[in-house]
Design a protein around this ligand. Sequence first.
Ligand SMILES: Cc1cc2nc3c(=O)[nH]c(=O)nc-3n(C[C@H](O)[C@H](O)[C@H](O)COP(=O)(O)OP(=O)(O)OC[C@H]3O[C@@H](n4cnc5c(N)ncnc54)[C@H](O)[C@@H]3O)c2cc1C
Length: 466
Amino acid sequence: MKKVAIVGGGISGLATAFQISKRLRSAGCDHQLRVFEAQAHVGGKIGAARRDGFLCEAGPNGFLDSKPSTLELCDELGLTGKLLRSEDAASRRYIYSRGQLHALPGSPPAFFRSKLLDLPAKLRIVGELWAPPSAPGSDPTVAEFGRRRLGPQATARLLDPMVSGVFAGDPERLSLGSCFPRIAELEAQYKSLIRAMLALQFKRGARRSNAGPAGPGGTLTSFADGLSVLPATLAERLGEQLVCAAPLHSLQRTGHGYRLQFQGAASDYDCDVAVLALQACDASAPLRALDEGLAGLLQQFEYAPVAVVGLGYEQAAFGRSLDGFGFLVPGEEQRKILGSLWTSSIFAQRAPEGHVLLRTLVGGARNPQLATLSEADLVALVRAELAAILGVAATPVFAQVFTWPQAICQYTVGHRERLSQMDRHLSALPGLFITGNAFRGVALNDCTRNAALVAEGVAEYLRQLA
Ligand SMILES: Cc1cc2nc3c(=O)[nH]c(=O)nc-3n(C[C@H](O)[C@H](O)[C@H](O)COP(=O)(O)OP(=O)(O)OC[C@H]3O[C@@H](n4cnc5c(N)ncnc54)[C@H](O)[C@@H]3O)c2cc1C
């Protein structure tokens, strides 16, 4: 019997376990599988507070339906009927700039009418058609790429907040090719993003898109009961194969595979295959005895801390309608928040009748110290920022703070090289796999896509052992 251990009960670990199980069962491979999770509950970054009719997500609030992997997983789990699509109004996204919220333009005429950029900056974007390409083999930062192709103002007011929204990161340090590989591919293939957009639209027959130029394509999708439905269903499927409250302490080689040792009560576990589905920083210490170089390399993956501050208000407290997804704040504004998501406008069920829920993000790579403030200070800071930006002075009727010291891995310049080095270490450690959102995509869709790829690798490895 082959034994497979997956460490980490976030979406990466749970989805990987599901995919491995499916493949080994269909291959008729006699196996035992275990998932070890440090906490008493599964989900990792996915979780929520439910109180007084509010449902406030701790981390992700949904996944986009423009990529298939999470939708397919939901389908296999029988969850398709429970999926909840965001409200139509949520396709409107705002950027806060120079004292105002500007709707992200969704069409060329709206782009020219918008006051987010001045006229020279808009004309500079047209100049993208003739901008010099990235040097072959180079690893430009998002900011360098943006200034070269779109000009400084569009970089500061469009690209910068997009980077905040996804990575809570610093565009001057993040690698374009690692953070936004599709954009890098399009530049390489078409030599211009405008030319690429036109060519792709022509190919698709100008299909309707619900996203503005800096908004992601697709509709945000979750469940009426919150995103936790997904990890909870995966955990239910695992049943006794899931071991909670089992923090991995170390990994050692045995004759045929690996021995996992845990802090606390969980017994050692010997296995043929070990999959670490942890944040890079958490995977480092358990690997020290096995491969010090790999452990050191994993420490080089940097993280940005983020605090999520959920505030619920009576709807009447707002002088304006919260008619969109929310707003992001460019770094040049020097404000103390990264942006605010109008959660109950995205999914109406997240607040009771007559109320609204906003989730405001604080910290990130450029202001990490703000994410470490006390809960009371974070609530006060967000209230002051929302008062200045949205004019809301009322006392919230609901407040919930979540802090993530290692919220999102920063794919800084050199990320690709670090991944190659990691693969070189792993090639000398047969049967050991590393996955999670620190490496090949930070979104839930990336985690579920990578789960299938890792499971393929595990199944192939076990076929070769047989
Ligand atoms: C504030 C925020 C908002 C986000 N919003 C979105 C969004 O809207 N859409 C989207 O697609 N993505 C979003 N993301 C990203 C998304 O949350 C992640 O991609 C995803 O949840 C990562 O899952 P994971 O399993 O790779 O890691 P994690 O969820 O971090 O799971 C790792 C697990 O490993 C466990 N663990 C750690 N150490 C050990 C150990 N020694 N032994 C055993 N177990 C251990 C942890 O307890 C945890 O359960 C957001 C992230 C954050 C922080």
